[in-house]
Design a protein around this ligand. Structure first.
Ligand SMILES: C[S@@+](CC[C@H](N)C(=O)[O-])C[C@H]1O[C@@H](n2cnc3c(N)ncnc32)[C@H](O)[C@@H]1O
Length: 391
């Protein structure tokens, strides 16, 4: 993660602009803990975090909103440091490759691209957790009429695949840096021909983090066209059994299983396990039904603003659990006399949203963008409004 360590910096007047970057506000925790800076790059919001440690300040992107590709984030930190006359002690940012910054992100799609208008002109095949991207590239090269979507949360893997897309001049492959479990809720019904989940992290000790779950399977079946396949491949017998049991919970299902089947193309993980003579398990769940379209509509606007003083009075960091969702107010920052920023997580237990809410006397709004449209997020938003307005 790019960061710059500084012995000191100067707050500058906001809003301020440097190149493509806008710096909207500074907000500080009471008692002087962390300071955050609301920023914008080509209409995408993100936050820079400044934390004091042993007499120095670490300036870096926050984990929730970090920009992509990494080179854009590096450039943002450098621009911030120029404006804030940072006295830089050390940094892990070398020279920034402009070429990479400008070109590769045309295939890297923001989640809003899919949330606002999911492209439906072609059949899609989705690979979840593509890692080195070897399987996804092979499929995209050999199936030019299909639109591929690679979903991954590991930034170096994403950057590596973006380079390969450019080198191979592929036009039919989009990449999205997002949690696959949330992404699946946005895929229109009956559009996907295949969903690949190859060598998912087994998470034996934290099963709630697994990609495969009842909900994921339900969303996958909805997204798959009739005859479409959810393909899970794993070297973990435990994960294989868990996935099989998850499939068996369905009222009706066509399930195919295999052991040590030679694949069309093996992934990096697969090669490693084969060299160790490990067993590889395949599970294929074939969708046989036509699903209803997604019909959820909600705008996530707040109906009014909130007095900043009130927020500081009622702010409570104890997590709140409800039947299908939770809300956790994590941190509160002050911008000035009238404005504040709240950091919070909420939504489904296994797929939380992490957001900021900017609180003004006449309006409140999510930063950097509204939550994803899911049932749990809608319920959480309604409850957040009740809490903010004291209803
Ligand atoms: C063990 S690797 C397998 C990579 C690749 N499929 C292969 O076979 O070589 C699992 C990958 O899934 C990604 N991943 C884990 N959880 C994810 C999630 N919730 N959404 C998207 N990707 C995820 C990880 O970042 C990692 O790259």
């Amino acid at each position: 993660m790019p960061h710059i360590v500084v012995s000191d910096f100067d707050r500058f007047d906001t809003p301020a602009k440097k190149g493509d970057f806008k710096f909207l506000w500074f907000a500080s925790e009471k008692g002087g803990g962390e300071t955050i800076v609301g920023c914008e790059y080509r209409e995408k919001g993100f936050v820079i975090s400044i934390k004091k440690r042993e007499g120095e300040y670490i300036v870096k992107s926050d984990k929730i909103t970090r920009l992509s590709p990494v080179s854009a984030m590096q450039k943002a930190l450098k621009s911030f440091c120029d404006l804030a006359s940072c006295r830089v002690t050390r940094s892990n940012i070398g020279s920034i490759k402009e070429h990479h910054l400008e070109k590769s992100d045309s295939f890297l799609k923001d989640i809003d691209f899919f949330a606002n208008s999911f492209p439906i002109d072609k059949e899609i095949w989705i690979e979840i957790g593509f890692g080195s991207g070897r399987h996804l590239l092979h499929q995209a090269k050999n199936n030019k009429d299909i639109r591929f979507i690679g979903v991954e949360i590991h930034r170096p893997s994403i950057d590596q695949l973006l380079k390969q897309i450019e080198i191979n001049r592929l036009e039919n492959l989009f990449v999205v840096d997002y949690d696959a479990r949330l992404f699946m809720e946005m895929v229109p019904s009956n559009l996907a021909g295949k969903i690949f989940v190859h060598f998912p992290v087994p998470w034996d000790k934290k099963p709630h983090r697994r990609v495969i779950s009842d909900r994921f399977v339900k969303e996958s079946l909805r997204a798959l066209k009739p005859g479409g396949v959810l393909e899970v491949r794993t070297d973990s017998e435990n994960y294989f059994r868990y996935t099989f049991e998850t499939f068996l919970k369905l009222d009706s299902a066509r399930i195919e299983i295999g052991k040590n089947i030679e694949p069309e193309i093996s992934s990096k993980y697969e090669d490693r396990w084969r060299r160790l003579d490990k067993n590889i398990y395949d599970l294929r769940l074939v969708n046989e039904t036509v699903s209803d379209p997604i019909d959820l509509e909600f705008d996530f606007d707040f109906s009014e603003g909130v007095d900043k003083k009130r927020i500081f009075e009622i702010f409570d960091t104890s997590p709140m659990k409800f039947e299908d969702f939770f809300i956790h107010f994590e941190k509160l920052y002050e911008i000035d006399q009238k404005r504040a920023v709240m950091k919070l997580s909420f939504g489904a237990f296994d797929r939380p949203e992490h957001k900021y809410i900017v609180i003004l006397p006449n309006k409140c709004e999510y930063f950097p963008k509204k939550p994803i449209l899911s049932k749990a997020n809608v319920s959480a938003h309604k409850k957040i409004e009740e809490i903010l307005y004291g209803q």
